[in-house]
Ligand binder design. Structure first.
Ligand code: GMT
Length: 375
């Protein structure tokens, strides 16, 4: 199949899922066209089957807001015609599903029908999409998609609760390329980060308010009072500076490393002992899955789809949002004893295997085939 993938090209989970999906589909013989405003961060190699088309939005002083949806829908029309793209798979409803619908209508006038598969990722529904400013357009574009998927059952239920949806929503969970997360790096540089007796706690996110960054630091602060430990903070976002200030205020600057964005999170996860994800809301928690695939147990909140990924008492623990004390107790339960830590590490890895890309990607292929067969 010739598939156009529209996504955000950033470090965010939806962009990562879209990119990994496209790469795997290309290995399975499909021709993939990424259409977005910048080359996606994990898209390193272009090939016969992997193409990237950049959407340009020229600055024009009349526009206070540059019309990205317009430029995207025009680019979609051009690329569908030029490359014979048969189906568009858009990740993140805003504004991608809307722009794809406009492209579909324009193409119809030329006698071309290109079906749209929309994947809902989380904040496009729970935080941004349900805002009254966007809600009618988001509802419309979900209902106009030829197929709709969501990355967790929890997100599906949120979508049905928040919007008036007429379409079926199929849950296709996020996935992981297990081979990319083998902990047998010969260059796993743990000794550069911590001494032998120190445990390494890691948090990876886009440092937005929804990630509850202060709770990451508070849990770590409590942990390091009990056992020797270091905290690795990976990512960039508006909450990074306040986080650095809190770390300084608590007097633990010598125990916390802020990395910024990284393309090599598997190299950081390979020396991590515990992953913290105390988010206010999380439709899935791809970062937690990536940690588990690297044999790192997860202490998280129980919001959204996290309980579908992290199994309480097995791959880690879940607590109510904001329950820093319980998260601390759970983290210490895992970390205090070497044997217990090894059991949780093995369980985390085993749980991640349920999300192996080889099992999940065919679900998308089946959706594409079914959708195309209907036209
Ligand atoms: O977590 C974010 O803020 C980024 C956001 C995105 O759109 O990339 O992540 C969402 O999609 C990911 C991939 O499906 C999910 O793993 C994240 O849980 C989800 N984030 C939220 O629901 C807050």
């Amino acid at each position: 199949m010739k598939i156009g993938i529209v996504c955000y090209p950033t470090f965010g989970g939806s962009g990562v899922v879209a990119t990994e999906l496209g790469l795997e589909l290309s290995k399975r013989g499909h021709e993939i066209h990424f259409i977005t405003y910048k080359q996606p961060v994990r898209l390193e190699l272009l090939s016969k089957n992997v193409h990237f088309h950049e959407v340009h939005v020229p600055e024009y002083p009349l526009f206070h807001y540059q019309p990205y949806e317009l430029a995207l829908s025009s680019k979609l029309v051009d690329m569908v015609k030029l490359h014979g793209i048969e189906l568009l798979h858009v990740h993140y409803a805003i504004p991608h599903a809307y722009a794809a619908y406009m492209a579909q209508q324009m193409l119809k006038d030329d006698g071309v029908y290109v079906p749209i598969v929309t994947t809902l990722h989380g904040t496009d529904i729970t935080l941004v999409g349900s805002h009254p400013f966007y809600k009618p357009a988001v509802t419309f574009s979900i209902n106009k998609s030829d197929a709709v998927t969501s990355v967790s059952e929890s997100l599906k239920q949120d979508t049905l609760r928040l919007f008036d949806i007429k379409n079926e929503i199929e849950v296709v969970p996020n996935f992981i390329d297990i081979e990319k997360h083998q902990p047998n790096f010969t260059d796993c540089q743990r000794s550069m980060m911590a001494t032998d007796d120190e445990l390494i706690i890691t948090h990876i996110s886009n440092f937005r308010e929804v990630k509850n960054i202060p709770d990451v630091i508070k849990v770590f602060y409590n942990i390091q009072k009990e056992i020797p430990a270091k905290l690795m903070m990976v990512g960039e976002g508006p909450e990074r500076e306040p986080a650095e200030n809190l770390v300084k205020h608590l007097g633990i600057s010598n125990k916390v490393v802020f990395f910024g964005n990284s393309n090599e999170i598997d190299r950081i996860l390979c020396f991590s002992d515990l992953f913290l994800l105390p988010s206010q809301t999380e439709s899935f928690g791809l970062a937690a899955l990536e940690a588990m695939a690297s044999s790192v147990p997860v202490v998280s909140s129980n919001s959204g789809g996290l309980s579908e990924v992290n199994k309480d008492g097995y791959s880690g623990y879940l607590s109510d949002v904001g329950n820093v004390e319980e998260m601390t107790r759970n983290a210490l339960k895992i970390l205090r004893n070497k044997e217990t830590l090894l059991v949780f590490k093995a369980n985390a890895k085993a749980q991640s295997l349920n999300f192996d890309l080889h099992a999940i990607v065919p679900k998308y292929e089946a959706i594409y085939e079914k959708t195309l067969s209907e036209y």
